[in-house]
Design a binder for this molecule. Structure first.
Ligand SMILES: [Zn+2]
Length: 342
């Protein structure tokens, strides 16, 4: 699962979303009120949410250090209360980095599996094929001067022990060195209360990552999920298998909410969240029917068009890969297609 990070980086680069590209122009940032004292904040293609109470702020992902500093200044100007809780959606570097900015006042909560993901690199796995190409002097490590692509861009976030070399173990761990580890972890469900408000975190299982939480704001009738729930947008991938995605979206849809808030792109309503679940069920059923009828992958990809989702972002670009992933799972082989963090 952690190895997928480098594949994801390649995906981000191809999509023109690399941090280097973003750094050349000022980031797009903003804060929009959702309802009551619940807000959604944007940093380029990433979003987080926060709830203001008289006793402080409960927020979700800090996204990165620069954005967290910007957000902290906005909090001070607009609300004049400190951050008391940072509630993580999952451990991926592009959502969870930068929390140290709030460490002076906040408690950090994440699913228990986040700790394993953030643990020091273990063992000595070989360099990935991409990293082998970077390793000009063939010493089995990537020096800063050798690094290209994602490792060059986030060298310090890969270099856990700050020795100036990125090892196979550090690549496998991912660029998570600026993720401030949760100070409180939970297993199934966890509720924080502050200033008369409640936020409940519920574990989503193994879809996308094995440490994902959905945040539920019962008074505001809102949920927040990064990467697992997407609105009018197909998921970046269906790893480890479509069943885990159906389980996760079912958990989200079982909550009482009207506002479906996401870590990327559009937000929506309960109906939109239900549509996202229905897409997963339709693709699972459609592939199963194709396999039962003796059709091969290419034929299923051609005939299972899922037209009901034609208006969804990535319908034209990722549907075939989703069908391949579901097909591979149903045929008992591993999905051949890498999945993204987005
Ligand atoms: Zn994401």
């Amino acid at each position: 699962m952690r190895l997928t990070t480098s594949l994801v980086l390649a995906t981000c680069l191809l999509a023109g979303l690399a941090p280097a590209a973003e750094a050349q122009q000022p980031p797009t940032r903003g804060i929009v009120n959702v309802t009551g004292q619940l807000y959604r904040a944007q940093n380029n293609n990433h979003y987080t949410v926060f709830l203001v109470t008289p006793e402080g702020i409960i927020m979700s992902d800090p996204i990165n250090r620069d954005f967290a500093r910007w957000l902290k200044a906005e909090y001070a100007t607009r609300f004049k209360v400190p951050v008391r809780y940072v509630l993580y959606t999952h451990r991926d570097w592009d959502h969870a980095s930068g929390g140290v900015v709030f460490a002076d006042t906040a408690e950090f909560v994440g699913h228990r599996n986040m700790l394993a993901a953030l643990a020091p690199p273990a063992g000595n796995p070989p360099l990935t094929p991409d990293a082998v190409k970077m390793d000009g002097n063939k010493n089995g490590l990537v020096e800063r001067s050798e690094a290209t692509g994602a490792i060059q861009e986030r060298f310090d976030m890969f270099d856990y022990n700050r020795d100036g070399f990125v090892s196979g173990g550090e690549i496998a761990r991912g660029s998570v060195s600026d993720v401030y580890a949760p100070t409180t972890t939970y297993t199934d469900r966890h509720t924080v209360t502050l200033g008369g408000k409640r936020v409940t975190m519920t574990y989503l299982g193994i879809a996308h990552a094995d440490d994902s939480s959905v945040l539920h704001f019962p008074d505001e009738r809102a949920v927040f999920s990064a990467d697992v729930m997407q609105i009018k947008r197909l998921p970046g991938g269906l790893a480890p298998h479509v069943g885990s995605w159906i389980d996760a979206l079912s958990i989200i849809n079982s909550l009482d909410f009207e506002h479906a808030l996401t870590g990327h792109a559009l937000s929506g309503t309960k109906k939109d969240a239900a549509d996202s679940l229905r897409y997963l069920e339709d693709i699972a059923k459609g592939v199963a029917a194709g396999v039962a009828a003796g059709r091969g992958l290419a034929e299923i990809q051609k005939t299972l068009t899922l037209d009901a989702y034609k208006g969804f972002e990535r319908w034209d670009t990722i549907r075939a890969a989703h069908i391949e992933a579901v097909y591979s799972t149903m045929r008992g082989s591993r999905p051949a297609t890498p999945t993204g963090t987005r």
